[in-house]
Design a protein around this ligand. Structure first.
Ligand SMILES: [Zn+2]
Length: 145
């Protein structure tokens, strides 16, 4: 257990405390925020961003797997009906799993039932993840790390 200095009022308090007992400041205690499944507040490239503690790489991998399968099918020239059904299944599972991972259970279930929101939803998630950085977890924090 260590003492950390409160950035708000300057008083020292235990790092196992969720907030400063003196003024109630919470955002500086990253370790406990992570533990609580909330966002990690961090000065990223000078921007004061609150990010999701969920790993971006996990979401990207889950989102990309079905597209790799589609490309492999096209290159291999064996994109018959069986392969398409298999890819749809993979898309459903992976896009659903990505949303389950970040805690969006309703969206995850919807994606599992609709093959990644009829592909469009899965593509949008990937764009939000890789391009715009606006893919959010269940708490509304962007998954950017
Ligand atoms: Zn304080």
């Amino acid at each position: 257990m260590a003492l950390i200095k409160c950035p708000e009022c300057g008083k020292e308090y235990s790092d196992s405390a969720i907030s400063c007992p003196n003024c109630g400041y919470t955002a500086g205690n990253q370790k406990n925020l992570k533990k609580m499944g909330q966002g990690i507040k961090e000065g990223m490239k000078g921007l004061n961003t609150t990010a999701s503690p969920k790993k971006k790489s996990v979401c990207v991998k889950l989102s990309i797997i079905p597209f790799v399968a589609i490309v492999m099918g096209i290159i291999g020239g064996n994109l018959n009906n069986d392969a398409l059904i298999a890819i749809c299944g993979l898309l459903a599972i992976c896009s659903g799993a990505c949303n389950f991972y970040v805690g969006n259970f309703k969206k995850g279930l919807l994606y599992t039932l609709t093959c990644g929101g009829f592909l469009v939803g899965a593509v949008m998630d990937l764009v939000h993840l890789k391009v715009t950085g606006t893919f959010k977890d269940a708490n509304g924090y962007p998954v950017i790390y």
